[in-house]
Design a protein around this ligand. Structure first.
Ligand code: AMP
Length: 280
């Protein structure tokens, strides 16, 4: 397995694989890898001849006062996980390699980033779209793998690839959870023992919503109320948002029909966690 911090070296390697006729899969991450990332790597490994994992904590997608500095980093541990997962190349650039001193460019869109995490984190998706665009140019893979854990991000990247004619297939992968249902996340490491216990409320509230839908509830407001009520039973939980939106354009809907995203963001103590269900 190679590890490179160089844009030029990485691009040349990927180009030469493609010239040999090999299929390349890309898994973009911010590192501190867990089973969620591993599931994307496994899928990429199964579907491609070469797998590239990018590990880059992208400053452009963090707002002022967010956890950029605190975000966990451990390249040695990540390298082991990648090596065991059959990854061929880790792209791990320094910030200066990605954003030179005169950097002024960005990629953004309207509508899809307006609600949910985009409302709470106004610069976030502009940073995500910009870095993913750069990664797609540096690593011109055939397929790129994203988790449904970040459902709004997945919808935005899919839209961006269609709207801006990127020649890459976007593969969405299911959420990997702890045995008690908490969605795996690098940010779970911020939780104290008590917070970790209470964090199961996110998945539990979504479970109740899904049960209500299975029993015939179709009213989005009723679903939101049910989730809110459940979350409010948890002393350490503070709701950032509970939303029912169309998965296609991430705009609020009144009725459960078509492709629906039920998304929540909740502070457990000071840690902001997200979770969701997608109904297709
Ligand atoms: P991150 O390193 O948090 O930026 O995540 C990198 C990729 O892994 C994104 O596409 C995430 O959606 C995906 N991911 C993170 N956590 C999970 C999870 N629990 N299950 C599936 N995919 C995940």
């Amino acid at each position: 397995m190679q590890i490179s911090g160089s844009i030029k070296e990485t691009r040349n390697q990927v180009k030469s694989w493609k010239e040999e006729g090999l299929k390349v899969g890309l898994v973009p991450t911010m590192g501190y890898l867990h089973e969620g990332h591993k599931s994307l790597i496994d899928r990429a490994r199964a579907e491609n001849d070469r797998v590239v994992v990018s590990i880059f904590v992208n400053p452009m997608q963090f707002g002022p006062g967010e956890d950029l500095e605190a975000y966990p980093r451990d390249l040695e541990r990540d390298s082991k996980i990648c090596e065991e997962g059959g990854v061929d190349l880790i792209f791990h650039p320094e910030v200066e390699e990605m954003y030179g001193p005169d950097f002024h460019g960005f990629v953004d869109m309207t509508v899809l980033p307006e609600k949910l995490c985009g409302a709470s984190r106004p610069v976030h998706f502009k940073g995500v779209q910009t870095v993913v665009t750069k990664l797609f140019h540096i690593i011109p893979a055939h397929r790129a793998y994203f988790g449904q854990k970040d459902a709004q991000q997945l919808a935005i990247i899919r839209r961006m690839v269609i709207d801006l004619d990127f020649d890459i297939e976007i593969i969405g992968c299911p959420i990997i959870r702890e045995t008690d249902g908490l969605a795996k996340s690098s940010r779970n490491t911020y939780l104290s023992e008590e917070e970790r216990k209470q964090a199961v409320i996110l998945n539990a509230s979504l479970e109740e919503a899904m049960k209500a839908i299975e029993e015939g509830e179709q009213d989005a407001a009723a679903i939101k109320a049910k989730i809110t009520e459940k979350l409010n039973t948890c002393p350490l939980a503070r709701i950032d948002y509970v939303e029912v939106v169309s998965f296609d354009n991430i705009q609020p809907i009144d009725k459960i029909e078509g492709a629906v995203l039920i998304a929540i963001a909740v502070y457990i103590g000071t840690t902001r966690l997200i979770d969701n269900r997608i109904i297709m």
